[in-house]
Design a protein around this ligand. Structure first.
Ligand code: HEM
Length: 456
């Protein structure tokens, strides 16, 4: 059990924002089943700051659900601290990964990680990402009722293996893919949400034992890769994140040791692959169910513009953000939206609710990409990548992947519904379409040639 969980203050209605009196198991079940709907009902009842009494939190999760409270949680680093808030993920990503690192170490650590993810650097991967999308497309095209999310998960994992780990040997990619797939499988990571005793290693068949075994396999492979890359004569000329991190130094000349690197690479996989895949799945699913928006987008792309493409991805991330919240802990006894928040309480910027605030986004449940052709109504009204000093570092890579997939698919086929619009479910920290985001892809009769780059 992480320190953050042992320090967490117990529930006391006088010290926390208001909460529903429903028992914790009921609140947890309602959250998992309808993450946006349930939280919205609490917001209607209690206002933009309330407490959610769900597992695995012993006390309560303090939730911020309008632009002002969202901004305070994301940017007031004196009161709301990052790192410990992600304690839930620490057994999976490793306590020394950037995601779990509290200040003041976080800033120098983040400076080491940022350069490989800079937009210009990531742009050099565009061709490789297109190739991977193109290779995967036949699996998706021409099938009816295909769930996009598992398809996109395979793609985004392959992108991470190439861009972050720098793997090129197909056999090595396959070995990593098998080990990582088993480890990041939701059934395996669900162990993080079990009560403490059930998380322990109670033998190879127990959830805790299986989790530790799969984690050890991934970490062993990662260590092998780090050792091989340290010895690689061409390292200085390589563009992958691992090669760059091996040579990264902070202002005191210190780099990342192997144990840190293992945590970092595991953190990048977990933070980067499912989130991006889920955003791809929601966007295609929403386009299939909104033919007018879809046809406008196709026409705009055919005309060589990407304005509507970017607006569509934003609208999808507003309506169905892949990540459920950005987590912080209260640095001292404080307040939020006029309610008390005790020291060490877990605090969530619950932006999926801010994204549905009708005062910020008129007719908030409508899928209307055109609303993003101008600026956001106020700062912190739309934060699918979190914000402040801990804003997601993977934004350029995620955008490259999502936009490339949409461009390639819409050049060839038109997404259509296959069944009703799917409700959202909460899987660990991700909001996913209940049935994987099923669509039918109808081939376009007269369509643009797929990207010029193929030269096939
Ligand atoms: C659509 C895809 C993605 C979404 C929606 C997303 C969302 C987020 C969110 C909400 C946070 C928390 C920010 C905060 O606490 O304020 C975060 C942090 C992070 N993300 Fe992403 N992410 C995506 C893709 C990626 C990718 C591709 C990578 C890298 C391969 C990545 C790496 C990270 C890292 C390392 C952090 C921790 C940053 C820190 O604590 O300083 N993410 N992401």
């Amino acid at each position: 059990m992480s320190d953050a969980f042992t320090r967490e203050p117990p529930w006391d209605p006088r010290r926390f924002p208001p909460a529903s009196p429903a028992p914790r198991p009921v609140q947890t079940a309602r959250m998992l089943r309808d993450p946006q709907g349930y939280a919205r009902s609490l917001r209607r009842r209690f206002g933009p700051v309330f407490s959610l009494r769900t597992y695995p939190y012993r006390g309560a999760l303090v939730c911020a659900a309008d632009a002002a409270a969202n901004r305070a949680v994301l940017t007031d680093h004196e009161r709301f601290t990052g790192g410990d808030g992600a304690a839930l993920l620490a057994p999976a990503v490793g306590a020394r990964s950037l995601i779990c690192t509290p200040p003041p170490l976080h800033l120098s650590h983040r400076k080491l990680l940022l350069p490989p993810f800079h937009g210009e650097r990531i742009a050099c991967w565009a061709q490789r990402v297109r190739e991977l999308v193109y290779t995967g497309l036949p699996e998706l095209l021409g099938r009816d009722g295909v769930p996009v999310r598992p398809w996109a998960q395979r793609l985004t994992l392959d992108v991470i293996l190439r861009v972050v780990f720098g793997l090129t040997d197909p056999a090595r990619v396959a070995t990593f893919r098998i080990a990582l797939n088993a480890f990041v499988d939701t059934g395996n990571l669900a162990v993080l949400f079990l009560p403490g005793p059930l998380r322990r290693d109670l033998g190879p068949l127990s959830p805790g034992g299986r989790f530790l075994r799969l984690r050890a396999a991934v970490r062993a492979l990662t260590r092998e890769e780090i050792a091989a890359r340290r010895a690689a004569p061409d390292r200085a000329h390589r563009d992958d994140v691992l090669s760059m991190l091996l040579d990264a130094r902070d202002e005191h000349g210190a780099g990342l040791d192997d144990a840190q690197l293992v945590d970092e690479l595991t953190g990048l996989v977990l933070a980067g692959y499912e989130t991006t895949a889920t955003t791809i799945a929601w966007t295609l699913h929403l386009l299939a169910h909104h033919p007018a928006a879809r046809d406008d987008l196709v026409a705009d792309l055919d005309a060589g513009s990407d304005r509507l493409l970017k607006a569509t991805v934003k609208e999808s991330a507003r309506l169905r953000p892949a990540v459920y919240n950005a987590m912080r802990t209260a640095a001292h006894d404080t307040e939020l939206g006029g309610h008390p928040v005790p020291r060490h309480a877990f605090v969530a910027a619950l932006f999926p609710l801010t994204h549905l605030d009708p005062e910020l986004w008129p007719d908030p449940d409508a899928f209307r990409p055109g609303r993003h052709l101008g600026p956001d109504p106020v700062p912190y009204a739309l934060t699918p990548f979190g914000g402040g000093l801990r804003r997601c570092i993977g934004v350029p890579l995620a955008q490259l992947e999502i936009e490339t997939v949409l461009r390639e698919i819409l050049a060839t086929a038109v997404p259509e519904p296959s069944g009703p619009l799917e409700p959202a479910r909460l899987l660990a920290v991700t909001i996913v379409p209940a049935r994987g985001g099923r669509i039918r892809l109808r081939p376009r009769r007269a369509h643009r040639p797929a990207s010029r780059i193929w030269n096939l």
